[in-house]
Design a protein around this ligand. Structure first.
Ligand code: SF4
Length: 479
């Protein structure tokens, strides 16, 4: 069964409409709990980027309002939802692997509902495969209509048939969806959706559509609500935050938005990602330098250090442009830390191109990096480039890249040993409840022994051990 509604209601009406479906499912789930003494459970998995993680918080919020309770055990769930990612092939293979397992699960639990959503579902080839080989899936929707989960679920429950509802483009941004936050004291806020950049390897513009910025007043309202709820650290999210606001009826720059968010009482730290180097403005650098709540940490994806490859990637900057930008940022904010995304094995990458990448890594002095092996994405210009790099060459380069990065990160963290830094304590360590983990303004991950009452507090910690990707510290008391 496919659902297609051409006339989308205005956002507020749509929200009210979905609330009716939420209430109806809640009634059914409450009746089930009364009859069986057991509440229905949902298992939610977000794959890929922070945008997906954030979207999943909304899906989980809606499911909770529908009377489901969260479980970490997939094998006891009545409702299983995967928010998929298609940026790399591995993530897609993982979904198919899991769907294979779910086929057996569904045989044993015929009433369980399996829902798939997110980027991967925006691709026709995937939908075709699902329709042919994975007919045990119950609900399928994409990136543009996440808010319709209650309606789609209700349709599935009533009809007993698979519901497909994929939109090819954005129609309406529905604000104020219920949300389950994974951390009580920090939260992400979407400031925009989609991307206009069409980097030649990237599928995102095809599956998430053109860039759309949220109204600044809606963003502010959300941040204020979060602050009233106890949130102290905000991460502003967008595929390219530096072009935020350009397409609004009343255009506004990202730097101006930062100033507005900075005014919100109770918010003590502001982070943002991702910043495309080609759009990083002087105004933003100055604003970061000026506003104390904006963390001195910047994620600036370089992808490659070779100007030739960068051109093939359609990134609109050269190695020299990038390094000049790094210099400019460091001059304005001397203690800033930089993180990045780096891809190895883009088609046509020669050894000399890769050496340029290593050169940038050494010069930019990154404190963290997300590293990727190029993954061919059907539908992107890079997928049809002929000179794909052999796998063994890519693997060898990848391990050299990690070595170089590790050296740099270790060296950077060595300099911090003995210093007392302020850590925002986020949660208990998963292995040991006496150990807390948190981050400094510069995004250094720190583990330290402390009482759980420190969670949600900014606490002084003396850094005592360098573990390259994180540091061990001692909670400083009496301050
Ligand atoms: S900026 Fe490039 S890499 Fe990032 S989402 Fe847009 S197209 Fe993809």
């Amino acid at each position: 069964m496919s659902i297609e509604r051409n006339n989308v209601l205005p956002a507020q009406k749509e929200l009210e409409r979905q609330q009716e479906f939420i209430d109806s499912i809640r009634k059914q789930n409450d009746a089930y709990a009364k009859e069986t003494g057991r509440q229905k459970k949902f298992y939610s998995l977000a794959m890929g980027c922070q945008m997906n993680a954030h979207d999943s918080e909304k899906l989980e919020g809606m499911l909770t309002e529908m009377g489901y309770v969260a479980t970490q055990e997939e094998s006891e769930a009545d409702m299983i939802i995967y928010n998929t990612c298609c940026v790399r092939e591995n993530a897609e293979l993982k979904v198919y692997g899991k769907l294979g397992w779910l086929k057996h699960y569904k045989k044993e639990h015929p009433d369980a509902i399996i829902a798939l959503c997110g980027c991967m579902m925006q691709q026709d080839s995937v939908l075709q495969t699902l329709r042919q080989k994975y007919r045990h899936v119950d609900v399928v929707f994409g990136t543009f209509n996440l808010y319709k989960l209650p309606e789609l679920l209700q349709t599935r429950l009533e009809s007993g048939r698979t519901v497909y509802d994929i939109w090819q483009e954005h129609r309406e941004t529905v604000e104020d969806l219920p949300q389950i936050r994974h951390f009580p004291y920090k939260a992400s806020v979407n400031i925009m959706f989609g991307c206009n950049n069409f980097c030649s390897y990237c599928i995102v513009p095809y599956v998430r559509g053109r860039e759309r910025s949220r109204q600044p007043q809606d963003i502010l309202q959300e941040v204020k609500k979060l602050s009233a709820d106890g949130v102290k650290e905000i991460m502003l999210l967008g595929q390219n935050v530096n072009s935020y606001g350009k397409t609004l009826e009343e255009p506004i720059s990202f730097a101006k938005l930062l100033r507005m968010v900075h005014e919100v009482e109770g918010i003590e730290r502001i982070r943002f990602m991702t910043s495309h180097p080609k759009d990083l403005s002087d105004e933003l650098i100055e604003t970061m330098a000026e506003l104390p709540k904006v963390c001195n940490n910047l994620h600036l994806p370089v992808q490659s250090g070779s100007s030739r490859i960068l051109q093939e990637m359609n990134r609109h900057y050269s190695k020299e442009d990038y390094l000049l930008l790094v210099e400019k940022v460091r001059k304005a904010i001397p203690d800033i830390t930089l993180s990045t995304d780096i891809m190895v094995g883009f088609p046509g990458e020669e050894e000399e191109d890769f050496l340029e990448t290593l050169d940038v890594v050494k010069k930019a002095d990154y404190s963290t990096a997300f590293t990727f092996i190029y993954s061919k994405r059907t539908g992107t210009p890079a997928a049809v480039m002929e000179n794909q790099v052999p796998e063994e060459v890519v693997k060898e380069r990848f391990s050299r890249l990690l070595e170089t990065l590790d050296d740099g990160i270790h060296r950077l963290h060595e300099k911090l040993l003995g210093q007392t830094v302020i850590v925002f304590a986020e949660e208990c360590s998963k292995q040991d409840s006496h150990i807390l983990t948190g981050r400094t303004e510069h995004n250094t991950l720190v583990h330290f022994a402390a009482d759980q009452t420190d969670i949600g507090q900014f606490v002084p910690v003396k850094l005592t051990e360098n573990k390259t990707y994180y540091m061990i510290g001692e909670r400083v008391t009496g301050e």
